[in-house]
Design a protein around this ligand. Structure first.
Ligand code: GLA
Length: 338
């Protein structure tokens, strides 16, 4: 498993190589996962709505299967995600009488959820995305309006990190966000995490989701983001990497196989990204892809419904793409240099 001719094996002295999985892909991509990845993230199965559909009901089966797969194959597990404005059921925010839950109720529910979930996976999950996507994309607005923020107030994040640390003192706790290399948003994320640290919140890392494409973000912006976040003294991980072959505004639906030019650009981008990651191996502890191969990617449905995308290092047949060889040869060339 994970020998030198595998992706994870090639970077075994640098950082973990992860993939997001679900109940279907741990079967359909089983061999690929075992050979090339040494860390897993549950794509949806550990989110609030999946695990905790009603106040007294926890549904752990699907998440348990993923944790079991990780244990069986000696892989790490990244917990994802505890407190988020999305994929969180309405009951959390309701008072049961048609009104909204009080601050005390919300904090008690948050704590109960974090305790139950983290303690269940304590033996497998070495880290958690405690708060996901709390920063606003829009203009000068700092924090994203959310029912957590409205119901508890700005300290909801400090509380979340404190509860998580209490639940599992050994777990590494992350703040995770997207558009993380956009300079304006980068500064908002930096300010948020800095503020959390000043308030004594046990934050250990920042997750850069890494949903990128062939042109954006620029390498300079990625480097600047890594430098800025690392200046807080935290570990960093790329947590949800994919490299879409379409720009975000590109709404074409007539491309049914990736063009030669798309693949060439993608190879070049992946090579540059991993060159950069290697430079920062002291602060970067993991690179997780949001999927394992192009036969299954959330980008097949988003943002253009029904349009296929090819954002990963393995193709629809789960065979290595040119981009895979770019990345792996990079690590091989380093081995011969040393
Ligand atoms: C965000 C979340 C992930 C996932 C992706 C889209 O990045 O953090 O859990 O939902 O969106 O698939």
């Amino acid at each position: 498993m994970n020998s030198a001719d595998s992706l994870a094996g090639s970077f075994k002295n640098d950082f973990l190589i992860g993939a997001a999985v679900n109940g279907h892909t741990i079967v359909s991509q089983r061999e690929l996962l075992i050979k090339h990845y040494n860390s897993l993230t549950a794509e949806n199965e550990m989110k609030f709505e999946s695990l905790h559909p009603a106040e007294d009901t926890y549904t752990f089966e699907a998440a348990d299967q993923i944790a079991q797969f990780a244990r069986e194959h000696g892989m790490k597990l990244r917990g994802h995600t505890l407190v988020w404005h999305n994929q969180t059921p309405d009951w959390v925010f309701d008072d049961g009488n048609g009104g909204t839950a009080s601050r005390e109720t919300l904090l008690a529910r948050m704590k109960a959820h974090i305790m139950a979930v983290m303690q269940r996976y304590q033996d497998t999950s070495y880290c958690w995305d405690v708060v996901n996507e709390a920063v606003s994309d829009e203009g000068d607005e700092w924090l994203r309006p959310s029912r957590w923020l409205e119901g508890i107030g700005e300290d909801y994040m400090v509380k979340a990190f404190q509860f998580a640390h209490e639940a599992d003192p050994a777990a590494l706790l992350f703040y995770n966000d997207y558009n993380e290399c956009n300079p304006a948003k980068r500064e908002k994320i930096y300010r948020l995490v800095k503020t959390l640290l000043e308030q004594g919140a046990p934050v250990h890392g920042i997750g850069l989701q890494g949903h990128w494409n062939l042109t954006e973000p620029s390498l300079d912006d990625i480097r600047a983001a890594i430098e800025r976040y690392a200046s807080l003294g935290l570990k960093l991980q790329i947590t949800e990497m994919d490299v879409s072959v379409f720009a975000f505004e590109d709404r074409r639906t007539d491309i049914v196989i990736p063009t030669v030019e798309m693949l060439r650009q993608q190879e070049q981008r992946y090579r540059q990204f991993f060159e950069l990651f290697r430079e920062y191996r002291d602060v970067l502890t993991g690179v997780t892809f949001w999927g394992a191969a192009d036969d299954y990617t959330w980008l097949d449905y988003f943002p253009v419904s029904g349009r296929k995308n090819w954002p990963l290092l393995f193709d629809t047949e789960q065979q290595p793409k040119g981009a895979y060889y770019e990345v792996v040869h990079l690590s091989a060339s380093r081995a011969t240099e040393q």
